[in-house]
Design a binder for this molecule. Structure first.
Ligand SMILES: *[C@@H]1O[C@H](CO)[C@@H](O)[C@H](O)[C@H]1NC(C)=O
Length: 384
């Protein structure tokens, strides 16, 4: 690669400090952390990111600037890439300002509050000739990678699921209380469908494309906080039989907020010849949170590796019997791949692994799901 991309990260909350700043710091062939934007007056003068990472392992942040305003970021000619990981409601305006200043932009999920805003940003990026990238990191979850390998098995394989007719994907939690962050506020792009649904919907679209119809049940079921901020959902994507199949497909995306279970249920995939069941979630987030130095992402043994205790199970018919076998999660989860692809898209025009149109489609599905839930009916999905 040529020169590393000078990057400014906007937002040093949980998202910024776990999913963004560490990755910019550990990939010097691709990125240099040039600055962070910390606007909160309560933020330590040394900077939250500096406090957390400077001097950890061989991380040296003495040259990383702290910008206190958006103007300081957009008018800093050295900044090439802006990473937007502020509260979701602000993604659109910050990304727009960065694009107008000619910067490449990575936007955390959910990329915007409306699909109209996402389309507008896409057009703006095109007119400026810069890269605009949605942070759909969960495409590199270990169990999603393992699931894709399972679904790619030839029909002749004894573990093949056959034609998939139901795909159920969960992001369940047990949380009786509010989080106490901006996520609880009744603001655009808040609520579980925007937050967790953005991951589940993106994965479903990657696997199966746009559905024909959507039916959704979205609520604030705990009755705590603002009633407008949803905390629980069930979303159905309806697909007609796909080519080569005689069965329709139902995708069920679920997030239960009062689910007492450990590990939580993750996938139930039913096909004409088998069923896959998987519990537990990718381990990267939890590993990064407790790492001494973000360099552990590259060199900690077992990084991204799921414990065998949460590997999935496949059940297939054999004669009259149901045979259970393990489907090992051989893949390590690897959010680094998204960052490398982003770097190559910027420096060498490589095809984006996450296309902006795909992140836009996620927001479109979220809007349709909310509409379905509000109107109490099934909604037809317009053709792309
Ligand atoms: C909450 O979501 C879960 C998971 O989809 C679902 O099973 C449950 O019925 C939902 N509860 C309410 C009140 O919507």
């Amino acid at each position: 690669m040529s020169k590393p991309i000078k990057t400014c990260v906007l937002g040093v909350g949980l998202g910024g400090l776990v999913f963004h700043v560490p990755f910019v710091l550990i990939l010097p062939q691709y990125f240099t952390l040039h600055a962070v934007m910390e606007r909160n007056p309560a933020s330590p003068s040394r900077g939250k990111a500096h406090e957390k990472f400077d001097g950890k392992g061989s991380i040296d942040m003495r040259n990383v600037k702290i910008h206190r305003t958006l103007d300081a970021v957009t008018s800093d000619p050295e900044v090439e890439l802006v990473v937007v990981t502020t509260p979701s409601e602000t993604h659109y305006s910050l990304a727009k300002a960065a694009l107008e200043a000619g910067k490449h932009v990575l936007v955390d999920k959910p990329v915007t509050a409306t699909s109209q805003q996402a389309k507008e940003l896409g057009a703006l990026a095109k007119s400026k000739g810069v890269v605009l990238y949605g942070f759909q990191n969960r495409r590199w979850d270990s169990d999603f990678l393992a699931l894709r390998r399972l679904l790619a098995l030839p029909a002749s394989s004894p573990q093949s699921l056959g034609d998939i007719h139901e795909f159920e994907s969960h992001y369940d939690r047990y949380r009786a209380e509010l989080k106490g962050t901006w996520k609880d506020e009744p603001k655009p792009a808040n609520g579980q469908v925007y937050d967790l649904g953005a991951h589940l919907i993106d994965q479903a679209l990657v696997l199966f494309g746009r559905p024909e119809k959507i039916t959704a049940f979205i609520s604030n079921m705990r009755g705590v906080g603002s009633p407008e901020v949803d905390d629980n959902f069930t979303i159905f994507f309806h697909y007609p039989p796909r080519s080569g199949s005689s069965h329709p497909l139902t995708v069920i995306l679920r997030a239960a907020i009062l689910s007492v279970r450990a590990p939580q249920l993750r996938y139930v995939v039913r096909g004409t010849r088998g069923t896959f069941i998987k519990y537990g979630l990718d381990v990267q987030e939890d590993q990064i949170k407790v790492m001494d130095s973000p360099e552990g992402i590259l060199n900690q043994p077992g990084y991204g590796k799921e414990p065998e205790s949460i590997w999935g199970t496949v059940q297939n018919f054999k004669g009259e019997e149901v045979i259970s076998t393990t489907w090992p999660t051989e893949e390590a989860g690897s959010y680094v791949e998204l960052w490398k692809n982003l770097g190559e898209a910027i420096r060498s025009g490589k095809e984006q692994a996450v296309k902006w149109e795909e992140s836009t489609a996620v927001i479109e599905m979220i809007e349709l799901a909310h509409q379905s839930s509000k109107e109490g009916r099934t909604i037809a999905v317009p053709k792309a």
